[in-house]
Design a protein around this ligand. Structure first.
Ligand SMILES: [Zn+2]
Length: 143
């Protein structure tokens, strides 16, 4: 499967990942979905609400979740998923990411090496929920 990411969303993800370093950043992916196709139009930074070890963990508070959902609906957009960073670690889901994952949600992970954004990957929970399946990202250029 494939997820289209528009340029402004990609920029926000990279900038947020760099500015949050060495902590993990997190945020929402919003855009449009029809059938299996998803277009991420914007990425909205959300506070990392993890109370412990924010260099290796992130959490999105229920209030932040409701806020981005409300904001998306108000703009006629759909909450498609979430992004977060892996400071000095590969852009591959961790065991914790798997435990936190919800079905039918896109998860973008950006690796940040010494404060510089590196690989960016996208994942979806498999139907059997025991692992993630990789999603191809199509980067839409600046229009
Ligand atoms: Zn992670």
């Amino acid at each position: 499967m494939r997820v289209v990411v528009e340029a402004p969303a990609g920029r926000t993800i990279r900038e947020h990942a760099a500015s949050a370093y060495p902590q993990e950043c997190c945020g929402a992916l919003v855009g449009r979905a029809s059938g299996e196709s998803r277009v991420v139009a914007a990425a909205w930074p959300v506070e990392n609400a993890s109370e412990v070890d924010r260099t290796h963990r992130y959490a999105i508070a229920p209030s932040s979740y409701l806020e981005v959902e409300r904001r998306a609906n108000a703009q006629g957009l759909t909450l498609l998923g979430f992004y977060h960073s892996h400071p000095d670690a590969p852009a591959r889901p961790s065991e914790r990411d798997l435990l936190q994952a919800l079905p039918r949600v896109d998860y973008i992970i950006v690796s940040v090496v010494r404060a510089t954004p590196s690989d960016i990957t996208c994942w979806r929970l498999r139907d059997d929920r025991v692992a993630f399946a990789p999603e191809e990202i199509e980067w839409r250029p600046e229009s």
